[in-house]
Ligand binder design. Structure first.
Ligand code: F6P
Length: 545
C-alpha cells in the first residue's frame, strides 16, 4: 500500500468541508435544531458492532457533511490501508515492520507467526494454571498470592487498565499490582504489604532496555534476597515478557519463564500478547481469551463493515472533523464506570503516542493538526471538577461518554443514578441554557429584574457541544476487548486520514538520552556546570550533600 501522494488538504472535498463548517456556524445551526428537524436523527447516527452501541447523533454533523467525510476516507484509500494492516504489510515504514496486533487475537495458526502466537498462548495457559493451581510455589513452598508487574507505557497501561476494568472477574486468591514509575516510592509502597515468599514478579519490557523497568527489576531482586529468598530460588519469583529473550535471560530469568513478543507488536498495542500475562494470572486464561474474542469481533467489523457503518472509521472521521475544521485541540474521554478509571490513561498512550507526529509517512510536514490531546477521568467525579470548563469554557471539546448498561453491582438504583448523570451530561452539553431561560429561572426564584439580568450571563450555557456515547451491555472481558480494539482502529483510521505512521514513537527518545547525562551530573560530587543555566541550577538545587 503506498501512502497517499497528495495530502488530503489538497483534495476538493477538504475545501468543501471547510465551507460546510463555516456555513454551519453562519447559519447558527445547532445540534438540538437538527434533532427537531429530523425525527430519525438518533437512529440515523447510531451504529453497533461486537456488542458495542455507538450514538453519534449529538454532533455538529449533517448527513451531507458525513457523506463528504466518508468520501474523504475513500480518497485517502482507507479501505486499502485497512486491508494492508490485516494482510501484515509493512505499514510501519520508519521501522520497516508490519503492525501485527490483530494477528494476536485471530485465533488462527495458519502462518508461522500465528503458530508462534498460539504456542505462546499455550505456554501462558500452562503457567497460569500452575500458579493459580498452586503447583508453582514460592521458595518456601507457599502458594503465590501476589503478582507484581514491572513495566511502563504499553508494558503497563494495557494490563493495568484491563485488570482494574475486570474487577468482577478477579481470581479469588491472587492479587495483581502494577509498578511502572522509576520513583522508588512506587515499588516500595507496593511491596510494603507483600511477602517475598508469596510474590511473583513479571518483568514486562518489549525491548528489555527500558531504564525504569530494569531499575525496578533490580530493586525487586534485592527485596527478594533481603526478604530471605535464596539466590538459587529466585527463579520461582520471576517471569519476564520480552521481544529480547536473550536480555531477559541475561538478567537472570530462567529461559522457560520468558514469554516472547515480537517486533511487529507495538508497545501500546501489546495487551493481547504475553504482556497480558498479569491480567491472565489475576483473572483467568479463559477471560484473557474472551478479551481476544471481543477484540477479534471488532477486528472483523473494522475489516468488513462498509465505511458508513464502521464504528472506528466514524470515530476517526469525527476526530478529523473537529481537529481540522472546528479547531478542537483536545478530546475528553469520560467512562461512566469506576472500573474503567484507567481507560483515559491507557487511551492517552494509544492515541497520543500514535498520532502525536509532525510529519507524514513520506517525511513531509503535516499541514493538518496531528492527533488531539486526550484526557478525561471516570464520571461522575469530573462533574465536580473539570466539567465546568466543558460546559462554559471557551474551548470546543468533543466528549466520548462510555456507559455500561448492566453493572456487576447489585445496587441497581445507584447504577441508574450513574447512567442518569452520564446521559444528563451529554444532554446538557448539547442543549445548554439560553440567556432568556436563565433570566426566567432567576425571576421565578424571586430575584428582581435587574438582579436576574446581571446574573443570567453567568448561568447561561451555550450548549451545542458535541459528544459520542458508547454503550456496553456489561463490562466483560469480551466487551472490554471490543472497546479497546475500537479505539485501536479509530487511531489507525485517523492516522491514514492524516497520512502519518501510527506505529512509531521517535519523539520519546530525546528525553531518555538527555536523562543519562543529567543522572551522571546528579551523581557527581562537583556542582553541575555543563548544561543550560536553568538545568544546572535545578540539578544543583536537588543534589544531595
Ligand atoms: O518510551 C516509550 C516506549 O517505548 C513505549 O512505546 C513503550 O510502550 C514503553 O516505552 C515501554 O517499552 P518497553 O516495553 O520496551 O519497556
Amino acid at each position: 500500500m503506498s501512502a497517499l501522494a497528495v495530502p488530503l488538504t489538497h483534495h476538493p472535498l477538504w475545501s468543501a468541508l471547510q465551507t460546510q463548517a463555516l456555513q454551519f456556524e453562519e447559519d447558527g445551526l445547532t445540534i438540538a435544531a437538527l434533532f427537531r428537524a429530523d425525527p430519525a436523527r438518533a437512529e440515523r447516527f447510531s451504529a453497533s458492532a461486537a456488542g458495542l452501541f455507538m450514538d453519534y447523533s449529538k454532533h455538529l454533523l449533517t448527513p451531507d457533511i458525513l457523506e463528504h467525510l466518508l468520501q474523504l476516507a475513500e480518497a485517502a484509500q482507507l479501505p486499502a490501508a485497512i486491508a494492508a494492516m490485516f494482510n501484515g504489510e509493512r505499514i510501519n515504514n520508519t521501522e520497516n515492520r508490519p503492525a501485527l496486533h490483530v494477528a494476536l487475537r485471530n485465533g488462527r495458526a495458519d502462518s508461522a507467526e500465528e503458530r508462534q502466537v498460539q504456542d505462546t498462548l499455550a505456554r501462558m495457559e500452562r503457567f497460569v494454571a500452575a500458579v493459580q493451581g498452586g503447583e508453582w510455589r514460592g521458595h518456601d513452598g507457599r502458594a503465590i498470592r501476589n503478582v507484581v508487574n514491572l513495566g511502563i507505557g504499553g508494558s503497563d497501561l494495557g494490563p493495568a487498565m484491563a485488570y482494574a476494568a475486570l474487577g468482577a472477574f478477579h481470581h479469588d486468591a491472587l492479587r495483581c499490582h502494577f509498578v511502572s514509575n522509576v520513583d522508588p516510592l512506587h515499588l516500595e509502597t507496593t511491596l510494603a504489604t507483600l511477602e517475598p515468599s508469596t510474590t511473583l514478579f513479571v518483568i514486562a519490557s518489549k525491548t528489555f532496555t527500558t531504564l525504569e523497568t530494569l531499575l525496578n527489576a533490580q530493586a525487586a531482586r534485592q527485596w527478594l534476597l533481603q526478604g530471605g529468598v535464596p539466590e538459587a530460588q529466585l527463579w520461582r519469583h520471576g517471569a519476564a515478557v520480552s521481544a529480547n529473550v536473550a536480555k531477559a535471560v541475561a538478567f537472570g530469568i530462567a529461559p522457560e519463564n520468558v514469554f516472547p513478543l515480537w517486533d511487529g507488536v507495538g508497545g501500546r498495542y501489546s495487551l493481547w500478547s504475553a504482556i497480558g500475562l498479569p491480567l491472565a494470572l489475576g483473572t483467568s486464561m479463559a477471560h484473557f481469551r474472551a478479551l481476544h474474542a471481543g477484540a477479534h469481533a471488532l477486528d472483523e467489523h473494522f475489516r468488513n463493515a462498509p465505511l458508513p457503518r464502521n464504528l472506528p472509521v466514524l470515530l476517526a472521521l469525527l476526530a478529523l472533523w473537529y481537529g481540522n475544521f472546528w479547531g478542537a485541540q483536545t478530546q475528553v474521554v469520560l467512562p461512566y464506570a469506576q472500573p474503567l478509571l484507567l481507560f483515559p490513561a491507557f487511551l492517552q498512550q494509544l492515541d497520543m503516542e500514535s498520532l502525536g507526529k509532525q510529519v507524514r509517512k513520506d517525511g513531509a510536514y503535516l499541514d493538518t493538526q496531528s492527533g488531539a490531546i486526550v484526557w478525561g477521568s471516570a464520571g461522575t467525579n469530573g462533574q465536580h471538577s473539570f466539567h465546568q470548563l466543558l460546559h462554559q469554557g471557551t474551548h470546543l471539546i468533543p466528549a466520548d461518554f462510555i456507559a455500561v448498561a448492566q453493572s456487576s453491582s447489585a445496587n441497581h438504583d445507584m447504577h441508574r443514578q450513574l447512567l442518569a448523570n452520564c446521559f444528563a451530561q451529554s444532554q446538557a452539553l448539547m442543549h445548554g441554557k439560553t440567556l432568556e431561560q436563565a433570566e426566567v429561572e432567576l425571576l421565578q426564584q424571586g430575584l428582581s429584574p435587574e438582579q436576574a439580568r446581571a446574573l443570567a450571563p453567568h448561568k447561561m450555557i451555550a450548549g451545542n457541544r458535541p459528544s459520542t456515547t458508547l454503550v456496553l451491555d456489561a463490562l466483560t472481558p469480551q466487551s472490554l476487548g471490543a472497546l479497546v480494539a475500537l479505539y485501536e482502529h479509530k487511531v489507525f483510521a485517523q492516522s491514514v486520514l492524516l497520512g502519518i505512521n501510527a506505529f512509531d514513537q521517535w519523539g520519546v527518545e530525546l528525553g531518555k538520552a538527555l536523562s543519562t547525562g543529567i543522572h551522571a551530573a546528579l551523581s557527581a560530587p562537583e556542582p553541575s556546570t555543563h548544561f543550560d543555566a536553568s538545568t544546572n541550577a535545578l540539578i544543583n538545587r536537588v543534589k544531595r550533600e
